[in-house]
Design a protein around this ligand. Structure first.
Ligand SMILES: *Cc1c(COP(=O)(O)O)cnc(C)c1O
Length: 463
């Protein structure tokens, strides 16, 4: 599934001929600021602190495993994205990365818009006071009930994902007597992941309407023919954890080409294009994400150039970063349990969570970093695999990493960059209790999503 640019095996290390890995290049006590949230540092005693609070205190007060979210970093990233794109573009935070009512309030205060893709996300957004006109509703199989709620609430846009949905949304909007603003999601034949993109044959997936064979043009024709729909633009989302702007370049070119065809056929210049999300973050020291202002400039240059050559007015651009905003702002704190050295292989370090709080390693072969955070250590580095406590050998949190050889049960270790797609994809596998999300800011820590309890589990199990 993921096409990693890295070969299997640890980073910062050379593979030795006897199958052992050499020591890591970096000092294990040094926290690489690329992968940790902005207020993370080590205090005089060597313990990690976030928002001015030491992890030992956080572990004592909130328990482990737990996600600690750096609120000022989250807000700073929101502002960076919104300032980078400026007043002539819109930034939609992709709620599926991680959504809670506190997050919605922060987004609202920082001036961002919000993408939702289910009734549950829509309810959370509205309940926390996000104005409906700042919400975009996505999904390849929205139910009629979800569409009704979105239309009734007055969401700013519904992103149409199929021919059937064009008719369905039009019908529901008409029965509510409204003209619903919509975009059409197209598949541009580009799929991008990490450092590469592939520009052919990726129409074979469930999202959107293909540009190829004139399908998207036909969708535009139908949407323009329905009075209860106001077609405001074209949407494209090409992948995830993308570093290379080349995929966006091809995508933007193809979307602009469609806008030109629409103008030629209908005499209409659609006013917006949405280039989706998928911008990459640093999970390990080897990842080099771009800053929002570089991304904004690159995207706006591409769109402006393509529109000039097609003789179109430059449309309003929107983007939908999820991971790039929330991903780097949180880490997961675990307590070390069983430590099992396997002679000639590696040491298995078990923690008190696992695939129930981070499925990405098992699902996507994702790479993560890890550090001993309750103290520093001068011990030799040892090659470890950080695993969870679930009944599943694929229950891996960090596949290959180094931790100090004097690691002991009871130590606290932390996995950075777990703000996106960890709590939001968490499960109750083995009846695990999903961990809390604790927001930390200026010396104060506050639970924004509480830890699940056994009572929560039993309440759903009605016997
Ligand atoms: C998942 C998704 C996003 C966000 O992706 P990130 O990798 O979190 O930036 C944005 N738009 C759409 C349509 C998506 O499906």
């Amino acid at each position: 599934m993921s096409r990693s640019a890295h070969p299997a095996g640890p980073r910062h290390a050379d593979v030795l001929t006897d199958g052992h890995y050499s020591a890591p290049a970096a000092d294990l006590n040094v926290l690489d600021e690329k992968v940790w949230s902005r207020t993370v540092t080590r205090d005089a005693d060597g313990a990690l602190t976030v928002g001015g609070i030491a992890v030992a205190r956080l572990a004592e007060e909130f328990g482990t495993p737990a996600y600690f979210l750096d609120e000022s970093d989250f807000r700073a990233r929101c502002r960076a994205w919104s300032e980078a794109f400026g007043p002539d573009a819109d930034v939609f935070y992709a709620g599926k990365a991680f959504l809670s009512r506190a997050i919605v309030r922060w987004l609202k205060e920082e001036g961002l818009n919000l993408d939702v893709c289910s009734g549950g996300e829509l309810t959370t957004a509205l309940d926390a006071g996000m104005p409906a006109e700042r919400i975009a509703f996505h999904g390849n199989n929205k139910t009629a009930a979800e569409i009704e709620r979105a239309v009734e609430a007055g969401v700013g846009r519904i992103v149409l994902d199929s021919f059937q949905e064009i008719v369905r949304v039009a019908h529901i909007a008409r029965s509510h007597g409204v003209r619903q603003r919509v975009q059409i999601r197209v598949t541009v034949g580009v799929e991008a992941h990490t450092h590469e993109f592939i520009a052919t044959a990726h129409e074979d997936q469930k999202f959107g309407i293909a540009l190829a064979d004139g399908q998207a043009a036909e969708a535009v024709r139908r949407a323009l023919g329905l009075d209860s729909l106001e077609l405001i633009g074209i949407h494209s989302h090409i992948g995830s954890q993308i570093f290379d702007m080349a995929g966006f370049e091809v995508s933007a070119r193809r979307v602009v080409q469609l806008l030109a065809e629409v103008r030629d056929e209908h005499g209409v210049e659609l006013p917006e294009i949405d280039l989706g999300g998928g911008l990459g973050i640093a999970y390990t020291s080897d990842d080099d994400p771009r800053e929002p202002h570089e991304i904004a400039k690159a995207l706006s240059d591409i769109v402006t150039r393509e529109c000039e050559s097609a003789g179109l007015r430059t449309p309003r651009i929107s983007v939908e970063p999820g991971r790039a905003i929330v991903g780097p702002t949180a880490f997961t704190l675990y307590e070390v349990g069983t430590i099992k050295p396997l002679e000639g292989l590696r040491t298995y370090v078990s923690v008190d969570g696992g695939m129930s709080d981070n499925i990405r390693t098992a699902l996507y072969d994702a790479e993560y970093s890890v550090a001993l955070v309750s103290r520093t250590s001068d011990a030799e580095p040892m090659l470890v695999r950080v695993v969870g406590k679930h009944c599943e050998s694929g229950d891996i949190v960090v596949k290959d990493a180094f931790l100090p050889a004097d690691l002991a049960p009871g130590d606290l270790i932390a996995v950075p960059a777990t703000g996106a797609y960890c709590r939001s994809m968490a499960s109750n596998y083995n009846h695990a209790l999903r961990p809390p999300v604790v927001a930390v800011r200026d010396g104060e820590a506050r639970v924004i999503v509480r830890r699940e309890t056994e009572e929560d589990l039993l309440r759903l199990d009605v016997g």
